[in-house]
Design a protein. Sequence first.
Length: 284
Amino acid sequence: MHRCHTLKYEVQGAAFEYIITAKKGKNSNVGLIQLNRPKVLNALCNGLIMELNQALEAFEEDPAVGAIVLTGGEKAFAAGADIKEMQSHTFQDCYSGRFLSHWDRLTRVKKPIIAAVNGYALGGGCELAMMCDIIYAGEKAQFGQPEILIGTIPEWHAQQPSAPAGAGGTQRLTRAVGKSLAMEMVLTGDRISAQDAKQAGLVSKIFPVETVVEEAIQCAEKIASSSKIITAMAKESVNAAFEMTLAEGVKLEKKLFYSTFATDDQKEGMAAFVEKRKANFKDQ
Ligand code: HXC
């Protein structure tokens, strides 16, 4: 009982210092998380990451929510890890897992997450966007991995060896945009525009600054209208392409495809097609 009460409270946003949460969409089936440290361009301090994780967990457990939108402010999605918090860390702090140990929670969320990016998405901010499943960008968004300019490199820490994370600025970026552009961004720290990011395949769509969040919510609503269990399988299968060989990936895809036939929603979806009506998925 207590847990349910706590989750409801958190989702309403009252418990958070660094983020704002809300439920959006006609059926309130989209969880919106807004990073909210505007004075420091949403620098990702430990407290913010802990709150982000709590909100993700609350939306993951909420049966009404089918997809999540993660956004920031107009000037910055996030300008990276909090440099002031990070600057005095020692190697021992990092290696022992006392630093960045909770940053990969997002990669274990089963529900689809859309990043709606305006302004700067730099360093850990760019990595956070890349951990989402879809990136929509406002037309003035800028993406970059400027860590080289402050004497470090892009990184994503995975606390658990079994976690699918462990790859960020040098890994996800390279897979998204190819070697030459990724290398140029990582070695020079130069930022790329939303237009270049779209051309390179880092983002799927660009919108005017003021509509990108609404467009992301609409996309999330569309995703949330399908079966949640089948959607989670589809997400798992696409993500496997980043973790597995082609042979392993197609094997997993086949198993997941077969598994859909064990669900009520596959029966409902195909019956609805045959009967020329809208499917009524029950997430079973
Ligand atoms: C802490 C930050 C910050 C950051 C900005 N601020 N980015 N604080 N950590 N990453 C703070 C500034 O100190 C300043 O606060 C305020 O935000 C506004 O920033 P300005 O620099 O005055 O704004 P502007 O001149 O418009 O320049 C914007 C900017 C610049 C180009 C984005 O702020 C910048 O270069 N930021 C750092 C970007 C970066 O290097 N990111 C990578 C971090 S390393 P005060 O109080 O001083 O006025 C990283 C590693 C990830 O992310 C590792 C794995 C997770």
